[in-house]
Design a protein around this ligand. Structure first.
Ligand code: 5GP
Length: 188
């Protein structure tokens, strides 16, 4: 498989949290849960760009039920490693949500700001159901207002890269998940 291997960027990481095989296994488990929960229903998956691209691609291909995929994008953290707290919709959905079963797929939830904004926004559009899946979840999100139905991994409060998550546009196609070394952000 032609992706960036953890060993290729080992010097940029302080810790390797998950190997690709561990993520693959967990994604398959989540896909099986979704298959069961949405069997016979009209499922619309809403991926949050850009980070959830890998998760949506892997999840939907591990699922056996049919679904539609749509994408939303928000202004991001920029090149920093902490939230600016400012959020703008850069790309909205172009389908009617009325009566649809909607599953939001996030890469990671930190403060939950992005998610609560999105959930409130989509709830007003009349979906039959609205649930959330996140691949990674940080401690702050566990006290969050928004209920998350599917969680891949609970992680510590550290800035991570890989499996769709970037730093300054890099590391998204890293196969596993690692903690970015502070030396990397000091360098840039
Ligand atoms: P929240 O709104 O929950 O604070 O942040 C969610 C968004 O911030 C994620 O979708 C992701 O884009 C970004 N983010 C939060 N934590 C991390 C992290 O540890 N690494 C990376 N690369 N992005 C993060």
């Amino acid at each position: 498989m032609g992706a960036v291997e953890i060993e290729d960027v080992r010097d940029d990481l302080t810790t390797i949290l998950y190997q690709p095989t561990q993520i693959e296994r967990r994604v398959r488990e989540l896909a099986a849960e979704i298959d069961r929960d949405y069997d016979g229903q009209d499922l619309l998956i809403v991926g949050v760009l850009n980070g959830a691209v890998m998760a949506v691609a892997d999840l939907t291909r591990a699922m056996t039920i049919d679904c539609e995929m749509q994408w939303v994008a928000f202004s991001s953290y920029g090149d920093g490693t902490t939230s600016s707290g400012v959020l703008r919709i850069l790309k909205d959905l172009n389908v009617d949500l009325t009566g649809r079963h909607v599953l939001i797929v996030e890469d990671i939830i930190d403060t939950g700001l992005t998610l609560s904004y999105l959930v409130q926004n989509l709830r007003h559009r009349g979906p039959a159901s609205l649930e959330v899946l996140t691949v990674f979840r940080k401690p702050a999100a566990r006290q969050g207002q928004v209920a998350v139905k599917y969680v891949g991994f609970d992680i510590e409060d550290e800035f991570v890269v890989g499996y769709g998550l970037d730093y300054a546009g890099r590391y998204r196609n890293l196969n596993g998940l690692g903690v970015l070394s502070p030396a990397v952000y000091r360098r840039s």
